[in-house]
Design a protein around this ligand. Structure first.
Ligand SMILES: [Zn+2]
Ligand SMILES: [Zn+2]
Length: 445
């Protein structure tokens, strides 16, 4: 990655030295009025240069380490939120707070349309950090094990960059610092608080260990699966297990339901349309010779399209109810638990995805931008994408040398901080290019 950084820096110096504009790759900075600032340096080069300014990089590392030392769980991000507001104050950026309890919504630019949003999630996880380093979590049992400390820092980095070039913005950038992604509730509550009002497009990033440091990966359309959970209570009539004829056995009904649920994906779904139904909990009974009154089954289901996701949900309900009825039982089914709310599929708008790819290529080089496969994991950014077009992106942090090789939610998870200026530049560049193109109505990349 050092090599990549050096390459970016060298490229920046080269661009600055010659002040040329012809390396535009037909990218979104296509509006001639915005391709260069009055001093002849392209906006892209200014953004990359500002994000890689040694002082800014040091500041970002400091911010990220502070966040890492003080992880806060969903909807408890009070200190995190304060740190964000303090930094925004120092940068002279106005914001709205509190939004959805701890969220912060900042504004940079003209204050007029078009509006484009950038989002970072703020919450940590109930995990005991096992990485031994100088800025280890100071809170027992809590850890930024999903890289959200990095997300917040990259968005603050983008804020700093965009604030410096705010007079070149052809519209307004809205920075969304949201709580409670891990609970699947934060985005929903931010939307209810009106953060998407007037927003034309939204962009978000997740740091991932699957890709090497600085590699950007995404895909148009279906990207991450929708995730739903279900819980069914099957009721019968308890009695002595020696006389089953006097009981209505919910254990048998639950067992039949578990078996039948497996035929939804294997017999009803298109084999080319990846889906999952897993029953992962089954509870019922207290003694070997007693048929219980009821039994409970619960599990998860995943799909990539809204249609398949809704179809799964519908069929899970029908199958459990029908199997309960076959065995003379009744079933109550719920899909929305407080701990595990349903999250829709993450669907990247094709045009915006294309724009993001172009911007990413400008920042990290074409050879570091990849088409990602679909993933069965899910993200509450999908709630935003359900309301406005946008794109979600993976940004690689894998680096064997620094130990950044562990998957998110591992107590050994760590990021390579060299990713921070890259992420800040991609955020800022996307927002700037989107506004420029929207204003000039130029959608040819
Ligand atoms: Zn996570
Ligand atoms: Zn995460």
């Amino acid at each position: 990655m050092k090599f990549l950084q050096q390459l970016v820096l060298l490229a920046s110096i080269f661009f600055f030295s010659f002040g040329f504009q012809f390396l535009c790759y037909g990218i979104c900075f296509s509006s001639p009025a915005l391709a260069t600032s009055p001093d002849g340096v392209s906006i892209k080069d200014q953004i990359v240069g500002l994000a890689n300014d040694p002082e800014t990089v040091e500041w970002m590392k400091k911010v990220r380490r502070k966040l890492h030392e003080n992880p806060e769980l969903a909807f408890e991000e009070f200190e995190t939120s304060k740190l964000i507001r303090d930094e925004l104050d120092r940068l002279g950026i106005s914001y709205r707070w509190p939004v959805a309890r701890t969220g912060v919504v900042a504004t940079i630019g003209s204050g007029s349309p078009p509006f484009v949003a950038l989002r970072a999630d703020m919450d940590a996880l109930p995990i005991q950090e096992l990485v031994e380093w100088g800025n280890k979590s100071k809170v027992d049992g809590k850890m930024h094990a999903c890289g959200h400390d990095g997300h917040v820092t990259m968005l603050l980095g983008a804020a700093k960059v965009l604030q410096k070039i705010r007079f070149t913005l052809q519209g307004t950038v809205i920075l969304i610092f949201q709580p409670a992604e891990e609970q699947g509730e934060g985005a929903k509550q931010m939307i209810q608080a009106g953060v998407l009002e007037n927003i034309e497009a939204i962009f978000g990033v997740h740091l991932v260990h699957r890709y090497p440091l600085g590699v950007v990966a995404g895909r148009p359309g279906e990207f991450l699966a929708g995730c739903g959970s279900f819980k069914a209570t099957i009721s019968g009539k308890g009695g002595h297990a020696a006389n089953p004829q006097n009981s209505i056995d919910p254990i048998l009904a639950a067992s039949a339901a578990v078996i039948s649920l497996q035929s939804i994906v294997s017999r009803e779904s298109d084999p080319l349309d990846s889906q999952v139904v897993s029953v992962s909990m089954i509870h019922g009974g207290t003694a070997f010779n007693v048929i219980p009154d009821s039994a409970t089954i619960a599990g998860t289901f995943r799909a990539f399209s809204k249609e398949s996701f809704n179809a799964l949900r519908e069929r899970i309900k029908e199958v459990i109810k029908a199997q309960a009825a076959v065995h003379r039982c009744t079933a109550e089914i719920s899909f929305e638990g407080n701990e595990h709310p349903s999250i829709p599929p993450t669907f990247n708008d094709e045009k915006i995805y294309e724009r993001v790819q172009q911007v990413a290529k400008e920042v990290v080089g074409e050879e570091n931008v990849e088409l990602a496969p679909r993933f069965m994991g899910s993200e509450d950014f999908a709630f935003f994408l359900n309301k406005v077009p946008g794109s979600f992106l993976f940004l690689g942090i894998r680096n064997e040398r620094t130990g950044a090789t562990h998957c998110p939610h591992s107590p050994y998870f760590t990021i390579d901080e060299d990713v921070l200026p890259i992420g800040a530049a991609i955020h800022a560049a996307f927002a700037h290019s989107y506004l420029s193109d929207s204003t000039t109505d130029s959608h040819s990349f």
